[in-house]
Write a protein that binds this ligand. Structure first.
Ligand code: NAD
Length: 496
């Protein structure tokens, strides 16, 4: 029995008759549903609903908006397992991992419940004689969120709760690969009291994205996905005068120093490289071993840990790693392993022929390890987005820093060391947006902000935390004077 995933516009589920795409269960490889693809008319309908809802919602006091968000948070907590189950069903990641990702989304909702405080402006008395200035942050209007497949709950929750808390209305275009969660989120938001039209969801592919990027009533676009699309979204939407933050791909390096606790480092690396089948933008996909001794010892510790990994269907409690999201992605990851071999990297563990019993048609690939990867190889330079870890050997910290800094991407990185000075030098000099010191996946908490550097992000303002408030609001500064009595016109520049 398959299901249909439709749009959610103006508080109602709306089915469309046009094009559809199949939804797969990645563990079984079978079609479990179909998702509608929005055409121009559907996009216009969603943006019109958001535009119509804006005047009343932006005039709703921040305190009232916060109270609705408190209810939304409680409903998300109540339905956490149901949401996580949906994530596992359509994405394939393990249920425990899915639960964690839903929680990281709820953390942002919790943060934005403090919106009355976050929106507080500032006031300067007596900027000139009997003259005051104050600044306020006001909402932008209709904002759009375009999200990737790998976090179908967490990333939408990093966007729309912040946007609507600030007084904007929203149109979410989730990934067409795992679309069900987005509708459930919209239903829960409505149940919490978010008025119709404030949060709308349109399903779709690139046609839906293109229609949103150029829509005259859209004021801002938040995008998360691969770098070529992030760059395209940024260039297109900014050329149409919109505010854009577009987060792209990654190649995150974990630097292991000779003084590191190698058992701890190996545990951290195996979790960060193979968790969620490597389909995390903060996954460690390159280990930079400082010295051959470190590389050899680390491989001796990582290999047995890889052999112990339980790869299978995500809903089973014992599973450590699930399948890849689609057949097409399986082909892509496999072709990178073929390429690594051709390029001369040493294939230490080969996951290409892995097939779990009973799930032979699922999109599974085993954990894979390459040693002696060189910076000029494509397997080093390009994002694979699968359970493929490369080891690059360097002689010292300086060369490790140079390697990380010369890479096209700058999303996350980590250093494993017991030397405070090495850690400080690394954190200070590395050209990467999010840095971990003995922490493999340094995803900032909700009240800090998330975002990479270089070609991992296009735009200036990071996601959630106080930067999120900045992105979804514009600053207005008012200078006021209240006259006691009329003293006639003054044509000189106002001075203090
Ligand atoms: P993707 O770029 O294929 O898709 C992202 C979104 O863009 C989807 O909603 C999709 O429908 C849309 N899209 C796809 N092709 C398009 C096109 N040609 N024109 C317009 N829109 C298009 O990404 P994905 O495969 O869903 O997600 C994986 C990627 O996302 C990886 O590269 C990963 O690193 C990245 N990612 C980055 C972050 C971050 O914060 N930097 C977080 C999560 C994922």
């Amino acid at each position: 029995m398959t299901y249909k995933v439709a749009h959610f516009i103006n508080g109602k589920t709306i089915e469309s008759k046009g094009k559809t795409l199949d939804i797969y269960n990645p563990a079984t490889g079978s079609v479990i549903g179909e998702v509608a693809l929005a055409d121009q008319t559907m996009i216009d309908k969603a943006v019109a609903a958001a535009k119509a809802a804006f005047p009343a919602w932006s005039a709703t006091t921040p305190l009232k908006r916060a109270r609705i968000l408190f209810k939304f948070k409680a409903l998300l907590e109540k339905n956490l397992d149901e949401l996580a189950k949906l994530v596992t069903q359509e994405h394939g990641k393990t249920f425990v991992d899915a639960q964690g990702s839903v929680q990281r989304g709820i953390d942002v909702v919790e943060f934005v419940c403090g919106i009355p405080n976050l929106l507080k402006g500032n006031f300067s008395e007596d900027v000139a004689t009997e003259m005051d200035s104050y600044s306020v942050r006001q909402p932008l209007g209709v904002c759009v969120g375009i999200t990737p497949f790998n976090f179908p709950v967490m990333i939408p929750l990093w966007m729309f709760p912040m946007a609507i808390a600030c007084g904007n209305t929203f149109v979410l275009k989730p990934s067409e690969k795992d679309p069900s969660c987005s509708i459930r989120l919209a239903e829960l938001a409505k149940e919490a009291g978010v008025p119709d039209g404030v949060l709308n969801v349109v399903q779709g592919d690139k046609d839906a994205v293109n229609a949103l990027l150029v829509h005259p009533d859209v004021k801002a676009v938040s995008f998360v996905g691969s770098t070529p699309i992030a760059e395209y979204v940024f260039k297109t939407a900014t050329s149409y005068g919109k505010r854009v933050q577009a987060f792209g791909g990654a190649k995150n390096h974990g630097v292991v120093m000779p003084d590191a606790d190698l058992d701890q480092a190996a545990d951290a690396i195996v979790g960060a490289a193979y968790g969620s089948a490597g389909e995390r933008c903060m996954a460690i996909s390159v280990v930079v071993a400082v010295g051959d001794k470190v590389a050899d010892e680390l491989i001796a510790k990582i290999k047995p840990r890889m052999e112990k990994l339980k790869i299978g269907e995500g809903s089973k409690k014992e599973t450590d790693m699930g399948p890849l999201v689609t057949d097409a992605h399986w082909d892509r990851v496999k072709s990178y392993i073929d390429l690594g071999e051709k390029e001369g990297a040493e294939l230490v563990v080969d996951g290409r022929n892995f097939k779990p019993k009973g799930f032979e048609k699922g999109f599974f690939i085993g954990a894979t390890l390459f040693d002696k990867v060189k910076p000029e190889m494509r397997v080093y330079k390009e994002e694979i987005f699968g359970p493929v870890l490369s080891i690059v050997r360097v002689p010292d910290l300086k060369s490790a820093l140079k390697l990380v800094n010369e890479h096209e991407f700058g999303n996350g990185t980590a250093i494993f060391t017991r030397d405070g000075n090495a850690a400080r030098t690394f954190a200070n000099q590395v050209q990467v947006g999010m840095v971990g010191i003995n922490i493999p996946i340094p995803v900032p908490v909700a009240y800090h902000s998330f975002g990479g550097w270089k070609r991992s992000m296009f735009g200036d303002i990071h996601m959630h935390g106080t930067e999120g408030v900045q992105f979804y609001t514009k600053l207005k500064t008012i200078t006021q004077k209240w006259f006691k009595n009329k003293d006639g016109a003054d044509f000189s520049m106002p001075l203090h």
